[in-house]
Design a protein around this ligand. Sequence first.
Ligand SMILES: Nc1nc2c(ncn2[C@@H]2O[C@H](COP(=O)(O)OP(=O)(O)OP(=O)(O)O)[C@@H](O)[C@H]2O)c(=O)[nH]1
Length: 327
Amino acid sequence: MTDLPPSPDSGELTTSPTPSAHGGFETEGGPQTHSGFVAIVGKPNVGKSTLLNSFLNTKVAPTSPRPQTTRRGVRGIYTTDTQQIVFVDTPGLHKPKDALGKYMNQEVHSALGDVDVILWVVDLRHPPTDEDQLVARQIRDLPKPLILVGNKTDAAKYAGEAMKLYRALLEGRETETGEVMLSAQNNPEAVSGLREQILDHLPENPFFFPRGAASDQTREMWAAEIIREEAMKKLRDELPYAVATRVNRWTEREDGLQRIEGEIVVEKNAHKGMVIGAGGKQLREIGQAARKQLEVFLNRKVFLGLEVIVIPGWREDEEALRELGYE
Ligand SMILES: Nc1nc2c(ncn2[C@@H]2O[C@H](COP(=O)(O)OP(=O)(O)OP(=O)(O)O)[C@@H](O)[C@H]2O)c(=O)[nH]1
């Protein structure tokens, strides 16, 4: 498991061991601990990953203005002296068009099965759509505490009205339901208030991850997601969804320089040129933007080598999906 995206506060890479077979990290003779899993669900692009990063004050999940940036269920871990929240950030629930889309929806369903609290994030700039209804149907009758999180209040003209419409989609629900309106992006007090609400719901449990762990992604997965985030920001039209990324090698020089070698995977030869751009300009820009982010979060100098490769039709190819880490 994890080498972590380090917290910018610590500037260090930490490694978290695998939880023990009984699933817990006991604090022997220590105070009683509460811990649990919290799923962050919602349709694409409502701000789930932004909220997760704000909960943790660090970046464990990719965010971008494009819907469907998150593909895996990313876990982020928040630990106090006696409490631990394991957040499961899920890909936006949507109508799947290909095997990748199906994988993404499965990630959401498996996340919901096993959590203690559900956060349903909605975008208050707009009234509910069919996709919100799809999410509401999945979660309404689950017998677990649910908090409706109305996001983007900073940019919403009729936040209160929109919230009413979202609330109505949960009508008939019998289990405890809370709600909060906030801006995941620039409302730290409201975000920490929501985190406190979640802490109140945690059952008595030993910790699932060691203190100091911020995520259960490997550092390679984390870096690959940052590269993909930058690629998705730069690429136009449909192409972003035909792009995957992976990091194949990560070595550290004695002077601390991190040498990271990654690949941007596309489906067609024609796409390769689009990613590379004239004279390699586009690829250079993607690499520079990703390197900057990596350096900020690692607090180390980074050399990032990027190559573009073609795996024909990878989004429809189960084996390729597995190879790219979507399993
Ligand atoms: N104005 C405003 N924008 C926000 C806020 N929170 C998130 N955003 C923006 O909304 C966009 C989507 O955010 P993400 O966090 O990537 O959304 P997501 O729900 O994880 O998206 P998927 O990965 O597609 O499921 C980004 O451009 C964010 O910057 C907010 O509170 N206010």
